[in-house]
Structures are given as C-alpha cells and as structure tokens.
Design a protein around this ligand. Structure first.
Ligand code: PMP
Length: 456
C-alpha cells in the first residue's frame, strides 16, 4: 500500500469517527431539547454558547489550529443543535394554517394572526391585470427584473429618500421574503455570524440557520422599549460576524428605533465592515420619526421592500431589494439559478401600482391600530404603543401564561392571534395584528378579553 493510500485510510477512519461523534452529540442535544421544553427554557442560550466558544478558542490556541476554523466548526454544530431543538416551534404561520383548516370545516375565524391587509390592492392593479396580456408580457424576462420597472423603483427610492438610486441598485424579487433569503444566502458563508435583535420576524433566523450561518440573538425587552443595548451589540461582534439585521418599523413590536441608537448601530456596522440588512417593508406604516438605512449611504447596506403591505398585494408575491450593484449581482446569480426571473405580468402590474396613491392605506391601518390599542388597554395587556407597522406585541400578565396554548385555545373561540414564541423567547407574549375592519377587531379583542377572564 502506498503512503497516500495509508493516509487516506486514516482520513476515512477519522471522518467516520467524526460522524459517529456527531450522532452521539445529536442524541444528547435532543435530550437537552426535551428538558428545555419541560422547564420552559429557550432553545438559544447565548451565555452557554459563549462558554463553549471560549473553551473552543482555548483549545485552538493549545493545539495550534486556526481559531477561525475552530469557531466556524463550532457554529456548524450549534446550528445543528438549534435545528434539532426547534422542529416543533409554533409561529404565526402554524396558527394561520390551523385557522385556515378550521375555516374549511365551516368555522368562522377572525384573523388577527397574520399581517395581511383585508383591503384590496389599488384599482389600477385590476386594470393592469386586464392590460397585461395584450401588452405582450408573456415571455421569459431578465433576472433582475424588467428594466422599466427597476428604473421606476429606483426613481421612487431616490425621490423618497433624497438619494441617487439607479436601476443597477435594484433587484426585483418574488416578495421581500425571497429578497431576505437571497441577501443572507449569497452574502454570507456557512460558519459566518449574523446578529438579529429579538423579538424578530422569524425568517431572518430561519434563512440563516438553513444556510449554516450562526445567529447571534440580542434580546430586547418591553421594559427597555424594545431598544437593543449598544454594549451588547459590541460584545456580540467577533471575526466571524458579517451582517446585522434591522427591521424598523418592526414586526412584531411596531417599534421605530430612536435616531441616536440607529446612528450608533450604523457606526458600529461601518467600523466592523459588516453588511446591514434593513427590512423596511413597513416604511409606509410609520407613524413616528423613521429614517431609512439608505440615507446613511453605506455601500454594504441591503434594503428590502415589498408591495405586500404598502399596496395590499400579498398574493402577488412581489418585492425588491436596493443595494450596491456588486451586491445586486451576487443576489441575481442565485435568483437566476432558482427562478429564471420574476413573472413579468406581475412586474407589469406592480409597475402600474406605483402610480396609485396609497396614503389612505396607512390611515386605515393607523386607525385600526388605535382601536386595538384602546381595547388592549381596557383588558390590561402590557405593551408599548407601536410607532408603526400593523401589530401590537403584548404581554399577558397571568401566572403560567403560555402564548402557544392560549393562541390554540382562542382558535376554539373563533379568534386567531400569533404566539410570541414565534418571534423569539417570548412565551408570555402574543402578537395581535390590526388588519381587519373595525367591527371584527372589536369582536376579536372582546373574545380575547373574555377568554383571558376565562368567562368563555
Ligand atoms: N419582512 C417582514 C418584517 C414581514 O413581516 C414580512 C411578512 N409578514 C415580510 C418581510 C414578507 O414580505 P413579502 O410578502 O414581500 O414576502
């Protein structure tokens, strides 16, 4: 046997042994998952991870192996643990699906779990749908989107934020969700780290974990008005950190960051040369002093936008990202592999939708949110008034309250709300969406109040 064969045998042996060890590790992870669930503990435990990370770093120094490789390998293992322990997590989507199947069985449900406006898209959308066939938008198109649509989006962006945005800065995607997925998956590599403030829309974490990227969670609290601590952000950054996610106005809290904090975060981001992914799909629904990340003119920022909420076009699946052309190119490569291009008829319709004045949508949502706030105060939910978006994220002060159990119980009474657990470690919270008409919102909040008092 030649030397190379001998060495290869050893490599095989070590690799198989590593797989065996992974199996052993996974079994223990499962056991820990069950214990955590029984004790009501959260899946991610940053302190515990930090502790293990220090041990790995010490070992790397001791045995002279590159710390970056050691910690990336650890990140892979930690991600696998998270996947194993979060298989049955209940989110707003699980409740939505349950509600839909109850409706199919003939039950009436008030939908206060999803962020889907009940009003229709602008009238021009209907006209555009009729026109689109005759206009000849029936073929394959360009990966990044129709040039005239991208130009129109760039123009709108430039006017709105006083910046110089061009067609090259835009990629059209089937919804902001997909734009988020593209940004995370194409700009980061397995083992890299991303910082997410929780509570958060779950997709940031899901996309990252799916791509082998480690999520560093910075938990914010109601007591601190959902503001992240700058020190915590600084502490969480290491050589593997590549991106920070912002989402203001925020889903689920409705928070808009005070300008000073947002400025400080952008300074940190620039200092460490990180990407900033700013999901700004609720920009139209900001009732406070909100500043787009685009205004910072930072070359490593990616802003996601959508027609889903602003134009009530959730079902059309159309959104876009605004970024430096180099970033857009990277995102386009994956989009080409997965989709070829976004449906041109839908792009055409969205292009026409840009002509519509949607200010009334913001007024409608604001007045609905005010109703939910008033009712939530009456039933003594614990929350801070949202500065924007279309949700109220409220704590239920009740011994042993479990948002998942409660959301499922509410379904029996004809009301769907989202459990806080879907947005992070927030078992005693629920997210109430203000996307229904006044009558339904009042009825829904009354059901909520009654079930809380256990009158029903
Ligand atoms: N970002 C946030 C913060 C959201 O809440 C949602 C939808 N609920 C999306 C993105 C997804 O938007 P789209 O429908 O454009 O995929």
């Amino acid at each position: 046997m030649s030397d190379i064969d001998n060495l290869r045998d050893k490599i095989d042996e070590i690799t198989l042994e590593m797989i065996n060890l992974l199996k052993k590790r996974t079994e223990i992870v499962k056991q820990i998952g069950t214990i955590k669930k029984d004790l009501g503990l959260s899946v991610t435990d940053e302190k515990r991870e930090e502790n293990l990370r220090s041990k790995v770093i010490s070992l790397c120094a001791e045995i002279d192996i590159d710390e970056g490789i050691g910690t990336r390998f650890l990140n892979f293992l930690l991600n696998e643990s998270i996947k194993v322990q979060t298989t049955n997590k209940q989110t707003h989507l699980s409740i939505f699906l349950k509600a839909k199947s109850l409706e199919q069985q003939g039950k009436k449900i008030i939908h206060m779990e999803v962020g889907e406006p009940d009003f229709l898209p602008p009238k021009i959308v209907k006209d555009a749908l009729e026109e689109v066939f005759d206009k000849g938008f029936v073929k394959y198109g360009q990966v990044k989107g129709m040039p005239e649509f991208r130009s129109a989006l760039a123009k709108k962006t430039s006017e709105q934020y006083g910046i110089d945005s061009k067609q090259e800065n835009i990629i059209v995607c089937p919804g902001a969700r997909y734009a988020v997925y593209l940004a995370i998956t194409t700009l980061l590599n397995p083992g890299d780290e991303i910082i997410v403030f929780e509570p958060a829309w779950p997709a940031y974490k899901d996309c990252a974990v799916n791509a082998g990227i480690k999520v560093r969670t910075i938990k914010t609290t109601l007591e601190n008005s959902w503001e992240p601590s700058i020190d915590q952000i600084k502490e969480a950054i290491n050589s593997n950190t590549k991106m920070i996610v912002l989402n203001y106005p925020n889903n689920p809290t409705g928070k808009i960051l005070p300008k000073k904090i947002q400025d400080q975060i952008l300074e940190i981001v620039k200092k460490h040369n990180l990407y900033v992914l700013s999901d700004e799909i609720y920009a139209q629904y900001s009732y406070g002093d909100w500043k787009s990340v685009l205004k910072y003119n930072y070359e490593k920022s990616i802003v996601t936008q959508s027609f889903s909420k602003s134009h009530a076009m959730t079902g059309f699946r159309i959104g876009y990202a605004i970024a430096n052309p180099k970033i857009i190119e990277k995102m386009a490569k994956l989009q080409a592999i997965c989709l070829t291009n976004v449906s041109e008829p839908i792009q055409y319709v969205a292009l026409r939708a840009l002509e519509a004045d949607t200010t009334n949508n913001s007024n409608i949502v604001k007045s609905r949110l005010d109703i939910v706030i008033q009712k939530a105060n009456e039933i003594k939910l614990d929350f801070i008034k949202p500065d924007g978006a279309m949700y109220l994220f409220a704590r239920v002060k009740k011994e042993g309250f479990d948002g998942v159990e409660f959301s499922n119980k509410l379904l029996d009474h004809g009301l769907a709300v989202a459990p806080g657990e879907g947005f992070g470690d927030f078992k005693d919270f629920i997210r109430i969406s203000a996307c229904q008409d006044e009558k339904k919102l009042v009825e829904g909040m009354n059901i909520l109040g009654d079930v809380l008092k256990e009158r029903k």
